[in-house]
Write a protein that binds this ligand. Structure first.
Ligand SMILES: C[C@@H](N)C(=O)N[C@H](C)C(=O)O
Ligand SMILES: [Zn+2]
Length: 229
């Protein structure tokens, strides 16, 4: 299935966007590359990409950049998430990604969706990194030690993001954007991301500090399933 004309690959619009597309790798909550991700690329609708370019333009003069974890997500990837959640005996990634929860409750608790706004093409998971972009350790499944994603930045996986208080896809209350039990600098970092994203037309999500949907999304009722390639 071809990539719809209304979608763009983000680096065509934001060449200096930093990419850390987790679902094409093993460093995600499934511990395996996800169905439908064949390349470490970010496709978004033209409208969402243009809005995100505004965020990058605001960050650049201050020596920061957006870093993208996920964009358009094929429906078959979401279906893979659902299958994974039903395999209850597979808890290989629990320590890092959902240390306090039963994987069967990740959908109920709002951390993963069976019908995801990502599949509509105007939702993005992202953070902010300094420029020049600091190194980040390579993740090697089975070799890189798993650390709870809610631990302080110097104890959890050493993501090169500014400190948002948790790692990406940390299914835990500390990831709720307005959790008051964070250091002031972590709360300010979240506020910066949310303020910039809202300025450019995105809606934040009250369960995950990294997840934003364009308010005026062009395909509010369409769940796409083309492959990321
Ligand atoms: C899985 C996580 N990155 C995410 O995007 N969660 C929301 C709720 C979704 O699945 O749409
Ligand atoms: Zn998301």
């Amino acid at each position: 299935d071809p990539i719809p004309d209304e979608f763009v690959e983000i680096r065509e619009i934001i060449p200096d966007a930093v990419m850390d597309i987790r679902y094409v790798t093993e460093h995600n909550f499934l511990g395996t590359p996800v169905d439908g991700y064949h390349a470490a690329k970010c496709y978004l609708t033209e409208e969402a990409a243009a809005a995100l370019a505004g965020v990058q333009a605001d960050l650049n003069p201050f020596g920061f950049s957006i870093k993208i974890y996920d964009c358009y997500r094929p429906q078959r990837a979401v279906d893979h998430f659902v299958r994974w959640a039903k395999e209850v005996e597979d808890t290989a990634t629990r320590t890092e990604f959902y240390p306090t929860l039963d994987k069967r409750n990740l959908f109920r608790d709002g951390y993963v969706a069976e019908k995801s706004s990502h599949s509509r093409g105007s939702t993005v998971d992202l953070t902010i990194v300094p420029v020049p972009v600091p190194d980040q350790p390579e993740f090697i499944l089975g070799q890189t030690g798993q650390k709870e994603c809610y631990l302080p930045a110097d104890q959890r996986f050493a993501d090169n993001s500014i400190d948002m208080g948790t790692g990406f896809d940390c299914f835990h209350k500390r990831s709720h954007p307005e959790n008051p039990n964070l250091d002031p600098s972590q709360r300010i970092n979240r506020l910066l991301l949310k303020t910039l994203m809202e300025k450019h037309g995105f809606q934040y999500y009250d369960k995950e500090w990294w997840h934003f949907t364009l308010k005026n999304e062009p395909f509010p009722d369409t769940y796409f399933d083309f492959v990321v390639k």
